[in-house]
Ligand binder design. Structure first.
Ligand code: ADP
Ligand code: ASP
Ligand code: MG
Length: 407
């Protein structure tokens, strides 16, 4: 008997009909002889609604209390799904993250899983029940409720699949798989049948939110094959798995965009050893994640330094840089929130030169200016003005011939 973890995202459980459709699907998997563990997200956009409510109530939102609030969303879905399963005669039991034994660190809103105990889930399976687990949540080593970061139900599902030794982890969502670009931006984006963990990591890290980044890291580290598919059509989707060494890798598999960053530029930074180190040490000490960095050539012993950080980290980064600028005698700080990163990703670019040139040419032909550049062995990213990002994605998708109509 195979064990499958099935995760259903917010749109998949958005209303009563959707919850009944999910229950039917789980019941069908059981009839086919599979053991099933289900992970659910909060219904529809209810996590956003809860966040908005918290902002309306107070400007001060202690992390512990925010997590207590946000975890309520997934509790609603899990209880309703168990009721829908009960009506179909399928015995099911709901479990919060804490009851499922998902132990995390103490970082509220972005907790990391330290351990998955899962004893109660194993006992439920032995009794012939379907455990239905609230995604996105755990309990900290200090016994407080935590959440795993936005999109964290994917991470719950993969962590449970690894811990329970599941044969596969199915991620059901509102698109039929991982596409060569977000189908909402590129209507003729192509569904990818199989993609390596490495490429999927880059896609998830650069804005392809179909899978949460940490869930892909978990799947790669614990060798859990993922099947991303639609809960609307139930058709076969995309397998995310180890790279197949016998297959030639596509030069470019996907194009992504991400508008969650801000660019900060500090002018007239003294061009001396140790100054950049003190800037980025001060940012690191305040847990500010820095992505791209550009330092201009020096004029008169000073230089301009630009870097990007997440919009959520911008207030902290601003405070840190302004405090340091005074100390080191730098010039002024400017902040640009209207930027976006566009990326092309493909394992085959390791061995095929020319991808950068094609990318730059196609952005130039679309009249899009490149502000910053960063690369990995299988990715090239450019920072562009946010209002040109979607046009950039479509231009790159076309330039690399990724569309459905391709012969
Ligand atoms: P869920 O609520 O099921 O977790 P998400 O909204 O988190 O769903 O993720 C699914 C969405 O990801 C899709 O609706 C799609 O717009 C978006 N997306 C972005 N990039 C891609 C991509 N390359 N392939 C498929 N979907 C993508
Ligand atoms: N409900 C949470 C969110 O909206 C977790 C998830 O959907 O994966 O981020
Ligand atoms: Mg998601």
């Amino acid at each position: 008997m195979a064990l499958t973890v099935q995760k259903f995202g917010g749109t998949s459980v958005a209303d009563a009909d959707r919850i009944r459709a999910v229950a039917d699907h789980v019941a069908r998997a059981r009839r086919q002889g599979d053991e099933v563990v289900v992970v659910v997200s909060a219904m529809g956009k209810s996590t956003d609604d809860l966040l908005r409510l918290a902002c309306d109530v107070s400007a001060v939102r202690p992390g512990r209390e925010l997590d207590m609030l946000l975890t309520a969303g997934e509790r609603i879905s899990m209880a309703l799904l168990c009721m829908a399963l009960a009506e179909l005669g399928v015995p099911a039991a709901s479990f919060t993250g804490s009851q499922a034994g998902i132990i995390t660190d103490t970082v509220h809103q972005n907790a990391k899983i330290i351990e998955v105990r899962g004893d109660r889930l194993r006992a439920a399976l032995r009794r012939g029940h379907v455990p239905v687990v609230a995604g996105f949540q755990g309990v900290s080593v200090e016994h407080d409720v935590t959440t795993l970061g936005r999109g964290g139900s994917d991470t719950t599902a993969v962590a449970l699949a690894a811990s329970l030794g599941a044969d596969r982890c199915e991620i059901y969502t509102d698109v039929s798989g991982v596409f060569s670009a977000d189908p909402r931006i590129v209507p003729d984006a192509r569904k990818i049948k199989r993609i390596s963990f490495e490429e999927m990591l880059e896609i998830a890290a650069t804005g392809g939110r179909v899978l949460a980044l940490r869930s892909v890291e978990f799947a790669r580290n614990h060798h859990v094959p993922l099947h991303v598919r639609s809960s609307f059509t139930w058709e076969p989707g995309t397998w995310v798995d180890e790279e197949d060494p016998t297959m030639e890798q596509p030069i470019v598999s996907a194009v992504t965009s991400d508008a969650t960053a801000t660019k900060l530029t500090l002018t007239k930074v003294p061009d001396q050893p140790g100054i950049a180190a003190s800037l980025f040490r001060a940012l690191a000490d305040e847990h500010v994640n820095v992505d791209m960095i550009v330092q201009n050539t020096s004029h008169d012993g000073t230089t301009d330094i630009s870097f990007t950080t997440g919009k959520v980290d911008t207030p902290t980064a601003t405070r840190v840089v302004e405090a340091l600028a005074d100390k080191i005698g730098a010039g002024t700080l400017s902040i640009d929130e209207s930027i976006a990163q566009v990326s092309v990703i493909g394992a085959g670019m390791r061995t095929n030169p020319g991808v950068t040139a094609t990318m730059f040419e196609s952005l130039a032909a679309a009249g899009i200016n490149i502000e910053m550049i960063s690369t990995s062995p299988i990715r090239i990213s450019c920072m562009v003005a946010a209002d040109g990002a979607e046009q950039a994605v479509r231009a790159l998708h076309e330039a690399f011939d990724l569309g459905e109509a391709r012969p």
